[in-house]
Design a protein around this ligand. Sequence first.
Ligand code: F6P
Length: 486
Amino acid sequence: MTLEAESYDFVVVANRLPVDSVTEPDGTQGWKLSPGGLVTALEPVMRSADGAWIGWPGAPDTHIDPFEHDGITMVPVALDETEVERYYEGFSNDTLWPLYHDVIAQPSYHREWWDAYVSVNRRFAERAAALASHGGVVWVHDYQLQLVPGMLRESRPDLTIGFFNHIPFPAYGLYSQLPWRRQILAGLLGADVIGFQRTADAGNFQRAVRRLFGYETKGSSIRVPLEETGERRPEKSRTVVARAFPISIDSASFAELAQDPDVIERARQIREDLGNPKTVLFGVDRLDYTKGIRHRLKAFAELLQDGRLDAEETTLIQVASPSRERVAAYMELRDDIELTVGRINGDYGSIGRAPVHYLHHGYPREEMVALYLAADVMLVTALRDGMNLVAKEYVASRIDGDGVLILSEFAGASDDLRQALLINPHDIQGVKEAIMTAVDMDPRERKRRMRALRRRVLENDVAKWSKTFLDELRRASHADAGKAAA
Ligand code: F6P
């Protein structure tokens, strides 16, 4: 039997497969599990529940048969060049992404992008419908695939369907701009459980459902009348749960890496290579306009200008990993950031000393942990961010209990990480004061705060997140089955 002809009790549907293509030393092509937390969380569930993962391999026109990797069945979905432009770069990342991040950049609304979004969502849904076993569980992820739950419910009403939105869900005043606002809501309401990062996101979603459909909501439950959705079932309505499930990281693996002597040595080496400055500030983000990199650089430059930070004693490392490089807003951001970094280094640098070390690369996890250990102050200044896992990675890596986290209140992580120095990144003066507070903080105060932060991150890891979501999904499906039988 081919992998494709099998059926699976647990199916994950996400825009990307959790593997990266690698070229082996002998020149053959292979796969490596990508370092993201999602796959780490789901790996054990996938293995024990006979799971398959449906996703795009990440390059256009890549037609690959399903394959097995590390005990997980990978089911690649091919996108052609036009679909990459219209579904991925267009509707997902130039319409939904800016809209869902509070219109920090102007969203573009194009009907041909929407058409591509619908047809690619249909392809993912058809794949899932063909693979999921009778009564199986399908977990759909993120804003690229919001129509999949509805499409799946239509073709496979026997399934239990979960959806998790990894990014924010905007307030109704913004969401209502979307010309396809009803279709997206209807797509999401096909799920039994809809997960959001923050309670505020779930609230925004429920409000949109009330405003656009007039459905009744109570606590985290939404009553979806079946005569309106055309579902043929004995009962009159279906209950959809919409609430927050804040995602996390594989905290223990970061803590473990931070104990690795090679990583510790690398952290020492990094500081030495920088000339052993008194203070190392660190930012690491995808190069995205939601991350507030400009605001961070502005605050840093002003502190150098004011003479409150000394360029001879302070270094800011900014890692900005390449992302969505063909989308105009990302190209403009890159030019802007690189111009600003050049200006700061030109104005405040000296021979052998650059106040900003800007690195336009992605790094493996070992190097990231070494950087976290080398950093006295971690800067997370997102203007809007679903969660921000970097904040959690920094905390999990600081097994020495030291280091100060500056964290934007517009990142989901701030709901939990209250002992960080919380900032409003739009308030440049406030960011400057927070940086100075962090730089001057008494070591006992640093340790007290970090201890409390670490407790949160180690207790609430990504395995707990996926278990909580899947438990809720199981409850929802049992409640539903009970009602249908009644
Ligand atoms: O935060 C949303 C998200 O889709 C993540 O799941 C992903 O890691 C990141 O953005 C990068 O996105 P892309 O797949 O566009 O490179």
